[in-house]
Write a protein that binds this ligand. Structure first.
Ligand SMILES: [Zn+2]
Length: 287
């Protein structure tokens, strides 16, 4: 439990009139206050912040909170590479994205796009999770063909990261002179990790994303397995605004309900699976 968690929890407990003021909450009295809240809400009194307690804390709050809009942000289209000229994000994530893009552009780099926000009507599939961060407008994808196949010329070169699974490097005139050990595949279905040393000017795109609040994820199981590996599960292109979420507290459905026009009824009507996942919690069963 970090400071951010305590602050956010204190906000919610003030909203529910369990606390008089935010500063009344501490690590020491949290369990006691949670039990007060559970008693008031007719929940099992165990002092544990589980999915039902989190939902009961969040739901009445989010229904009266100011709404976020979706915002269309510019992205770069590169000749010969599939991609969109924009990325739609929730407005708080869009603000971070614009700072990121300014820094990338200042150094002569590009940001390609395979999209951001996903419409609720889009169902889950082989490569799409029913609680994808894309539904909330808090994630963007670089064009999936703007790296990983031609490290000599692609706008992005991918290396194996230490902390993050992937490190993504952006070719840029204003970047550092580097020699990268690029990981690549021969083609979409080749399934074999190859390495090639690539020299040039690069910016550390992953690092720049992280300083602007966007974090990478690792590959999904269908990429990691030993045979019939699926390129679309590699996820090197995916970055999400983790800094806008509080680990073990933020919930998928609440992040959706922060969006202008998204109501419990409209989400259920568009996609029952998504509503079924509404209590999924960041860094517990939603990442
Ligand atoms: Zn993605």
């Amino acid at each position: 439990m970090n400071q951010r968690y305590l602050e956010e929890m204190a906000n919610l407990l003030v909203f529910h009139k369990i606390l008089a003021r935010q500063s009344d909450l501490s690590k020491e009295n949290l369990e006691e206050k949670i039990m007060r809240f559970q008693e008031k809400e007719d929940l099992l009194i165990d002092g544990v912040v589980g999915p039902e307690t989190r939902w009961a804390l969040h739901f009445p709050w989010v229904m009266q909170a100011p709404k976020h809009l979706f915002v269309r942000c510019e992205a770069d289209v590169i000749e010969g590479i599939d991609g969109f000229d924009s990325i739609v994000l929730r407005e708080d994530a869009a603000k971070n994205y614009r700072m990121l893009r300014n820094e990338v552009q200042d150094q002569g780099g590009v940001i390609t796009s395979a999209g951001g926000r996903r419409h609720l009507s889009v169902g889950a599939g082989t490569h799409r999770s029913a609680k994808s961060m894309h539904y909330t407008g808090l994630a963007f994808d670089l064009s999936v063909t703007s790296g990983f196949f031609k490290p000599q010329t692609d706008p992005f070169v991918i290396t194996k990261g230490d902390e993050a699974h992937w490190n993504v490097w952006c070719r840029a005139q204003g970047g550092q002179d580097l020699e990268l050990s690029a990981i690549y595949w021969e083609h979409w279905n080749s399934g074999e990790d190859l390495k090639k040393t690539v020299a040039g000017k690069f910016i550390n795109f992953t690092k720049l994303c992280i300083t602007n609040g966007f974090h990478p994820i690792g590959p999904r199981a269908a990429f990691r397995r030993s045979s019939d590996r699926k390129y679309l599960s590699s996820e090197w292109w995916h970055f999400q605004a983790n800094d806008l979420l509080v680990p073990k507290l933020s919930q998928f459905g609440i992040e959706l309900l922060k969006i202008d026009g998204y109501t419990p009824a409209s989400i259920q009507a568009e996609n029952r699976n998504i509503w079924g996942n509404r209590k999924a919690t960041f860094k517990v069963d939603w990442s």
